[in-house]
Design a protein around this ligand. Structure first.
Ligand SMILES: [Zn+2]
Length: 174
C-alpha cells in the first residue's frame, strides 16, 4: 500500500455516514425512526433523485451515495429492522438472491474482479445507519483501477451516481 492509495477494505469497516440525495421528508407512516431513515425513504423518492437499481418483493438494491468504490451497492429489506436475525426466511432469501444478482450485474457492466460483501451489525461494528439492515456489495478491481476513474478520483457527484444507477438498472435481469 503506497501513501495516498485508497484502501477500500479498511474503509468498509469505518464507513462514512451514509446519506441520500435529498427528497422531501414524507409524513411518518410508521413512527419517527422510520421517518428519518434514508433506507425507508429511498424506495419512495422520485425516480430522478432515487439511486434505486432494482426492487424486489421484500428488499431492494440502491447505490451508496458515498461509495467505497464505484458501483458500491446496498441490499436492504423494506422493513426497518436492525439485525440480520430480524429477517424472515423470505426476506433472507431475497437479500441473498439480490446480492447474487448485484454481483452478476456489476461484473457484466464494470468488469469487477472481486467483491467485498458484508453487513456491519451495530454502530460499534461501523454501521452508519445501524437501525436499518443493509448488505454492502463493494466491487473490487486489481489495484482498484476501474471503469470510472473520474468517479473514483473526484468528489462523488449525484449526477454521476444516477448515470451509474441507469447502467446497472438497464443490465438488471427482468
Ligand atoms: Zn429504515
Amino acid at each position: 500500500m503506497r501513501p495516498g492509495e485508497p484502501d477500500g477494505l479498511e474503509r468498509l469497516w469505518t464507513p462514512h455516514r451514509m446519506a441520500y440525495v435529498k427528497g422531501d421528508v414524507r409524513p411518518a407512516d410508521g413512527g419517527a425512526e422510520r421517518a428519518g431513515c434514508p433506507f425507508c425513504q429511498a424506495p419512495d423518492g422520485p425516480r430522478e433523485e432515487s439511486l434505486i437499481v432494482a426492487r424486489g418483493t421484500h428488499a431492494f438494491v440502491v447505490l451508496n451515495l458515498y461509495p467505497y468504490n464505484p458501483g458500491h451497492l446496498l441490499v436492504c429489506p423494506y422493513r426497518h429492522v436492525p439485525d440480520y436475525t430480524d429477517l424472515t426466511v423470505p426476506e433472507t432469501a431475497e437479500v441473498a438472491h439480490l446480492t447474487q444478482t448485484a454481483m452478476r450485474v456489476v461484473r457484466q457492466v464494470s468488469g469487477a474482479h472481486g467483491f467485498n460483501l458484508g453487513m456491519n451489525q451495530g454502530g460499534v461494528a461501523g454501521a452508519g445507519i445501524a437501525a436499518h439492515l443493509h448488505q454492502h456489495v463493494v466491487p473490487r478491481w486489481g489495484g482498484d483501477a476501474n471503469f470510472m476513474p473520474v468517479v473514483a478520483r473526484t468528489k462523488v457527484l449525484p449526477q454521476l451516481l444516477t448515470d451509474t444507477r441507469d447502467l446497472f438498472a438497464a443490465a438488471w435481469p427482468a
